[in-house]
Design a protein. Structure first.
Length: 117
C-alpha cells in the first residue's frame, strides 16, 4: 500500500488520539494537499517545523498501528467478509434453493454489504 495512503488510513483510525496541532498539520498536508511552505505561512511557523511535525505525527500513527494493529485487523476482516459474500453468491448461483434458503442468503449478503461499506 502506498505510504501516503497508509498514513491517511491510519489517521482515520487513530487521528483522535493526536493533539489538535498534530491533527491540524496532518490534515492540511495530507488531506488538503497544502505544501509545507503554505502550512508554515498559515500557522506562522517555519517550513522545517511543519516538516518535522508531519514526520513526527506519521511516526506516531505508525507506532499506534504497530502496537494496536487495528488497521491490519480491519483489512483482514474486510477480506474475510468479501470471501463469505463470494461463497454465498456461488451457492446461490449453483444450487436450487427453497425460499427459506434464498431469504437467509439475502440476509447474509445484506449484512456483508453493511460491513463492507
Amino acid at each position: 500500500m502506498d505510504e501516503i495512503l497508509r498514513a491517511t488510513l491510519l489517521f482515520d483510525f487513530y487521528g483522535e488520539l493526536l493533539t489538535e496541532k498534530q491533527k491540524n498539520i496532518f490534515e492540511l498536508f495530507h488531506l488538503n494537499d497544502l505544501s509545507l511552505t503554505e502550512i508554515g505561512c498559515e500557522l506562522d511557523i517555519s517550513r522545517q517545523a511543519v516538516r518535522d511535525q508531519v514526520k513526527r505525527t506519521e511516526k506516531i500513527l505508525f507506532d499506534y498501528e504497530e502496537k494496536l494493529k487495528l488497521v491490519e485487523k480491519f483489512t483482514e476482516q474486510k477480506f474475510s467478509v468479501k470471501k463469505i459474500k463470494n461463497l454465498v453468491e456461488e451457492i446461490e448461483k449453483n444450487h436450487t434453493l427453497d425460499n427459506f434458503a434464498i431469504n437467509k442468503i439475502e440476509e447474509i449478503k445484506k449484512i456483508a454489504d453493511e460491513i463492507l461499506d
